[in-house]
Ligand binder design. Sequence first.
Ligand code: ATP
Length: 415
Amino acid sequence: MATIELKNLVKKYDDGFPAVNDVSLDIADGEFVILVGPSGCGKSTLLRMIVGLEDITEGDLLIDGKRVNEVAPRDRNLSMVFQNYALYPHLTVYENIAFPMRLSKNKLPDAELDERVRRASTMLGLDDHLERKPGNLSGGQRQRVAMGRAIVREADAFLFDEPLSNLDAKLRGQMRTQIAQLQRQLGTTSVYVTHDQTEAMTLGDRVAVLKKGKLQQVASPRELYEQPVNLFVAGFIGSPSMNFLPAHESGGRLQTPIGELEAPESVIAAARGRDLVLLGIRPEAFEDFEFVDEALIAHGSRLTVTPSHTEWLGNEQYGYIDYEKDPQVSDVLGELARDLDQDDIPPLIVVTLSSASRIRGGTEAQLWVDTRKLHVFDVGTGENLTRDPERGAELTRQAGEDRARELETAAEARD
Ligand code: ATP
């Protein structure tokens, strides 16, 4: 097991394009770190630099404190799991798993190799398939063979490059759980690349969000969700996405296209003195006023709106509210949409309502919004003006503690 340190890493391809631009990140021993961001943000390049498949243009890469910039991939003792599995079609599952060890300079005695292959195969539920060829396996089984091959090497770290993107949604969910459990069981340092924010949030101890080759924020999933540093992170993390509304402060309240909001002084202060801000409201900060606990009402503000339609999903429902487009924010929202790899951010608010709510499209309704959960963003820089760095750091510290406890329990179970 190992620590991995990235120090001011830069990757410029032949055409001079900085695919990775001054990225620094310390990955602790046993930690599960996710590199996430939209297509082209440089996450695969960064992973390939760690494993040694891509030269480092500038900066230092340290594994267990040793600089490895010039060390060949095979001498870094890292295991990579690829998106396309990279299995050998003519070899059996057993031989595919054993393959890296057969190539290794430090050859294992046959009996020990056999024991390792069988241990990995049992862990991954592949015992019944050891004599089959990859072509006859399902996508999920192939992915597990690829995992087995990584495990059997007992490498210092696992590097995953979008390993689940070829699987259907249901299988992806199952494999995600398996990878999380396996990583915890083995306690092996892991770096995992994905463009899927759900995967990032569910798997990562810490998540590093990248945009155009630059690191935006590295934090626990909860810190990213509750205390994003900027518009990009706020818009990327969370599904359905955070709503962004143009707003300004007047008379100690926020004026928005869907009505006036009372809000805590910290929120009002962030907007005060600015002609315009973007107000960030997550869908679940809203509720049908009828369903809000008496004790909570004072922590929020009431709104009268007419949703265009609602969608009932069983455990909750979504309401959609159109509002008039504000040309003053069309540039900033257009740029955000491009950064997030989306076509557009339409003037539409998504709200989450109790599944028992009887609010329906076309009829005026009373909503409540929890104004403790509002974010205020600078329209020019995208900076989150309401971010509380201490609260954010506390969330990540707590996540670290919880994780350490989990790893300890897993280690006890192993011994
Ligand atoms: P995706 O999710 O689409 O794979 P990514 O975030 O993994 O995207 P990279 O593949 O790391 O992104 O690419 C980052 C940037 O570097 C992109 O703009 C890409 O066009 C560029 N790039 C990648 N490989 C090369 C190459 N061999 N030569 C030149 N430019 C490259």
